[in-house]
Design a protein around this ligand. Structure first.
Ligand code: SAH
Length: 345
């Protein structure tokens, strides 16, 4: 079994290099090739002796993502990637352009087991979690392909990051490593459907990233209806965990709220949401529901009214700009099409 070298941190790499009878500084060179240059093969590590490159090739593998399909939005330069992993599984990532730079949305799992009723990623359950290397290589592959400097990352693609906590954390460590991409932790967002133990573990780490909580309903009944995870981690306990998270880290939480017609878009729900957030500087991100073919839910027409209502209670609420509407940019839809062979293009 070859070792997954792209998931290794510098101390692990140093130990491995020493085991091969090499001087420790080689680890730094290899790390830099992998994470700063983002090379896809050992042959490209031109300042290493050929014998070492061969030894690396024999003992390690660089997990990469192969571009299976790429869709470029005509509206706004958003690029959606369907990647094929080494075992033939598919994942999706999105490159988005903002005023402040380029942002990549990465997947953390192949599929998802959280079962949100409006989400395309979860419809066939989870196949497996991604290694840290496979989360990283989405960013590296996009960087190489699009030739842009990626300054922001959102862990909001397919999968639940807290269902893959250790690898998600290793990804965060590696992408912010000063010897690699050196991304600022403040430029990273991680989104969870509300896995409370994950929120608590993250709170203990005190990272400067932005935690997004996919809330989608302020009351248990509605939330259980659209998000089965609410039966395990009830929204009341979730709000408690969010308040504790803020107290521990001082970081404002972003609440994601996809507006669904007649389900979660009443004034009463806006009032309740405001009450629950009260006491911490929460921010509500209202998302126009993306139509998923198989889903019974329809987009709400009350987005602006709901936003106003929240603001009347002193809660800041923004409406998420919808990017790449012409290219199925909501995660999970491309992979589903590929799996079903519906995609003739
Ligand atoms: N599992 C994590 C991250 C992946 S989902 C989480 O749940 O947060 C990324 C975001 O897209 C979540 O807020 C999710 O609820 C939202 N989402 C999923 N399907 C959607 C749809 N059809 N329309 C709008 N947002 C959707």
């Amino acid at each position: 079994m070859k070792r997954d070298i792209l998931s290794m941190d510098l101390p692990e790499l140093t130990a491995a290099v020493k085991e091969m009878g090499q001087p420790a500084y080689r680890a730094g060179q290899i790390f830099s090739w992998l994470h700063k240059s983002g090379v896809a093969s050992f042959d490209e590590m031109t300042n290493l002796p050929k014998t070492l490159r061969e030894a690396l090739h024999d003992n390690f593998v660089i997990f990469g993502c192969a571009i299976e399909k790429k869709l470029i939005s005509e509206y706004d330069e958003t690029v959606k990637y369907l990647f094929r992993l080494h075992d033939g599984e598919f994942i999706e990532s999105v490159l988005m352009k903002y005023r402040y730079g380029w942002s990549v949305c990465v997947s953390s799992q192949v599929g998802c087991r959280m079962g949100c009723k409006f989400c395309a990623s979860t419809m066939n359950g989870v196949v497996r979690s991604l290694a840290a290397s496979e989360i990283l290589s989405q960013v590296y592959a996009i960087r190489r392909d699009a030739r842009v400097r990626v300054s922001h990352v959102v862990m909001m693609g397919m999968g639940e990051p807290f269902d893959n906590f250790d690898n998600a954390l290793r990804f965060l460590e590696l992408i912010t490593d000063e010897n690699g991409q050196n991304l600022s932790m403040r430029h990273i967002s991680l989104s969870t459907c509300g896995v409370i133990p994950g929120i608590e573990r993250l709170a203990d780490l005190g990272l400067q990233l932005t935690l997004s909580v996919s809330l989608h309903a302020p009351d248990s009944e509605t939330r259980s209806r659209i998000m089965p995870v609410n039966k395990a981690y009830d929204v009341e306990l979730l709000f408690d965990a969010c308040h504790r998270y803020f107290q521990k880290t001082g970081r404002r939480i972003s609440f994601e709220y996809a507006m669904i017609d007649g389900v979660n878009d009443s004034d009463g729900q806006a009032d309740l949401l405001a009450r629950k957030i009260h006491g911490m500087p929460g921010h509500v991100n209202l998302i126009p529901l993306n139509n998923v073919v198989e889903s019974e839910f329809k987009p709400s027409r009350r987005v602006a009214a709901f936003q106003k209502r929240l603001e009347s209670h002193g809660i800041t609420a923004t409406v998420r700009r919808s990017l790449g509407g012409d290219i199925d940019a909501s995660c999970g839809q491309l992979r589903r099409k590929a799996m079903e062979g519906r995609d003739e293009a």
